[in-house]
Design a protein around this ligand. Structure first.
Ligand code: UTP
Length: 302
């Protein structure tokens, strides 16, 4: 039994415009783009469930309805499939206990911090998790199957530390200015104390090369901080800026994820994830490997 309030709710901000994937994302949400045969949002929701989270809160916007429908019961589809004797288990992970999928609307995409603030009424007075679904976190495989997912690793750390936690990873120093960066304090294994946070710093001013990587456990007080958070980098209301203001008032730690992360918000990261996960699949990995070798052998180049 943990002395800290359990993490039962997760917020998935999915109201962004996904401009880097246009024209694909003109009518389809970025979060519904599939890596092999599961949409990005499904990977994030599965990771949340593995970590014991029950309620999924989607911060949606215009044109994002298909994300919510994905977790609905597709009655006609299921009926027709079972009449034809088809295996329905492929749909299991997209099913939910009624009432456990909730949505709020962010009418104008004013930034990640603003998107999170839109969920304040549902989050209430509980610590909660945040998942950016375009960051795909893949657990290492072990001899006994899949290893521990990113959020589960964070929840385990949270049971020791309480307070606020963010997942981080190290990138080459010259890439830091695209990300939120931590000012690191004492380190203890995968856990690093966070002394400061800065969003998209110039390379020369970055306090480290440890970047925030799309998973958070935050205390509900962040909603009060977001209430009067002004615009930051890119003219958007930044979650990083609000979190930075909480340091010193509550425990704040970073967890270095023991696993792999793919930045599926970028086209190359998306293709990398597709290739990596396809290669690992039991049902198609060998065929994909042969295809990739053939493509490279044909001398296809830029
Ligand atoms: P991104 O920075 O990746 O922005 O947002 P984006 O709009 O999705 O994509 P690009 O940069 O235009 O290609 C990170 C996460 O925060 C959400 C996005 O949906 C994504 O999951 N977000 C961002 C919101 O929900 N609302 C916002 O106002 C901004």
């Amino acid at each position: 039994m943990t002395k800290h309030k359990p993490i039962r709710k997760a917020v998935f901000p999915v109201a962004g415009l996904g401009t880097r994937f246009l024209p694909a994302t003109k009518a389809i949400p970025k979060e519904m783009l599939p890596i092999v045969d599961r949409p990005l949002i499904q990977y994030a929701v599965d990771e949340a469930r593995e970590a014991g989270i029950e309620q999924m809160i989607f911060v949606t916007g215009r044109g994002k309805t298909s994300i919510v429908e994905h977790f609905d019961i597709a009655y006609e589809l299921e009926h027709t499939m079972s009449e034809r004797g088809k295996d329905l288990s492929v749909l299991d992970s997209s099913r939910f206990t009624p009432g456990d999928v909730l949505t709020v609307r962010q009418q104008v995409p004013m930034g990640l911090g603003h998107a999170i603030w839109c969920a304040r009424a549902i989050v209430g007075d509980e610590p909660f998790a945040i998942f950016l679904p375009d960051e795909l976190m893949v657990a290492h495989t072990t001899d006994s199957g899949a290893g521990t997912g990113c959020m589960k690793q964070m929840v385990e750390a949270y049971e020791q530390t309480g307070g606020n936690l963010i997942s981080v990873l190290e990138v080459p120093q010259d890439e830091v200015s695209s990300y939120g960066v931590i000012d690191p304090g004492a380190e203890d294994g995968a856990l690093t104390e966070v002394k400061g946070l800065v969003e998209k710093p110039p390379v020369a001013e970055a306090p480290s090369n440890k970047i925030i990587s799309g998973r958070y456990i935050l205390q509900p007080e962040v909603m009060r901080v977001l209430e009067d958070q002004g615009k930051g980098a890119g003219g958007e209301i930044q979650l990083t800026d609000a979190m930075a203001r909480m340091i010193g008032t509550q425990p704040f730690h970073a967890v270095t994820f023991d696993g792999r992360r793919y930045d599926c918000g970028s086209k190359t990261g998306f293709v990398e994830a597709t290739m990596a996960l396809a290669l690992e699949r039991e049902d198609m990995g060998a065929d994909v490997r042969t295809i990739m070798q053939q493509l490279l052998g044909q001398g296809i180049q830029s």
